[in-house]
Write a protein that binds this ligand. Sequence first.
Ligand SMILES: NC(=O)c1ccc[n+]([C@@H]2O[C@H](COP(=O)([O-])OP(=O)(O)OC[C@H]3O[C@@H](n4cnc5c(N)ncnc54)[C@H](O)[C@@H]3O)[C@@H](O)[C@H]2O)c1
Length: 343
Amino acid sequence: MIGIGVIGHGYWGRHLVRNFYQYNGTELIAVSDLVEKNREIVKELYPTIKVTDDYKELLNDPKITGIVIATPVETHYQLTKEALEAGKHVLVEKPLTGSAQQSKELVDLANEKGKVLMVDHTFLYMTETEKMRDLVQSGELGNIYTVDVQRVSLGLFQKTVNVIQDLAPHDISILNYLLNSKPTHVHTTAAYACAGNGEGMEDTAHLVFDYPNAKIVTLHVSWIHPEKKRLLTVAGSKKMAVCDFDAKSGPIHIYNRGADNYKPHNPQDSHTGYNLVQYRDNEILIPPVKGAEALRSVAEEFTKSIVEGRKPKTSGEDGLHVVQILDAALQSMKEGRKIEIKY
Ligand SMILES: NC(=O)c1ccc[n+]([C@@H]2O[C@H](COP(=O)([O-])OP(=O)(O)OC[C@H]3O[C@@H](n4cnc5c(N)ncnc54)[C@H](O)[C@@H]3O)[C@@H](O)[C@H]2O)c1
């Protein structure tokens, strides 16, 4: 059994605490939160767990092997650094930190100490994402033309980060995993604080990425949208697939549809009704996709990577790449131009 301590029992920390408590490979030993109400909830739900407002007690507890950090982004760097220096393995919430430089420091520190550094890119632990990756990587969809991601809803507005920093880490991690590559450039073509009339945090943004193995990759993130949508659409030369992460059942539809044999249009042929393309319009397949709660798989992966002494599926390096891409997307937003991403 791996002893676990969780720092942060807010909105997301609660889900992590429940999963580490229930997972049979770990023993949840202590939870720390600054807010009394949040500590009271832990005491009520898990009376045997140690509860404290001082996270250092977790770092000094020899029974704790792994620290889970579910605090606001601006605290990730300091807490992760202290935990690694105390000889603990660390699972930290996304994004790894607020800057590429800090993230790189943590990756180097984890390597130097020989400790696991894992980032909770939760969507990579969903069976929907695995199935979409299989479709892309197996070649079933053919050459990838476009990947289009939409992550929109009304709110939750954040105080310290804009909509790109809040939501895009999920999609960047999904895109890198789906395409098994990293983007070379990003262009934030539109970002605006709609609710603040241009003032304050940007609440809607459109990003375009250059990946080496897809023609066009686009992402729309927004807190100003009437409907909650988390949609991933991939159009390939053979088939197309849509994944609706919020669907109650049958989240993935595989369309045996497409348009082939593009021929440059010759104006002299226009009177003949000559088609530029030939359409294919065949069956739509809805494969069975079901699995455990993603955070249970997160708990399992963190534990197994500690026990087996290996890199986790969403390693510190992966988290660093996501932050490097985010940094470039924010620079593009400020400068209004396409930015080359430095790794
Ligand atoms: N993976 C996901 O899908 C997902 C979803 C939501 C949030 N998150 C991430 O989870 C993290 C937390 O977000 P949230 O929405 O739960 O925030 P939150 O504000 O609801 O909770 C953060 C908690 O951390 C506590 N805290 C802060 N500093 C502390 C310290 N030094 N010691 C002990 N406790 C401390 C606060 O008291 C608070 O209860 C963020 O990094 C966010 O990006 C991830």
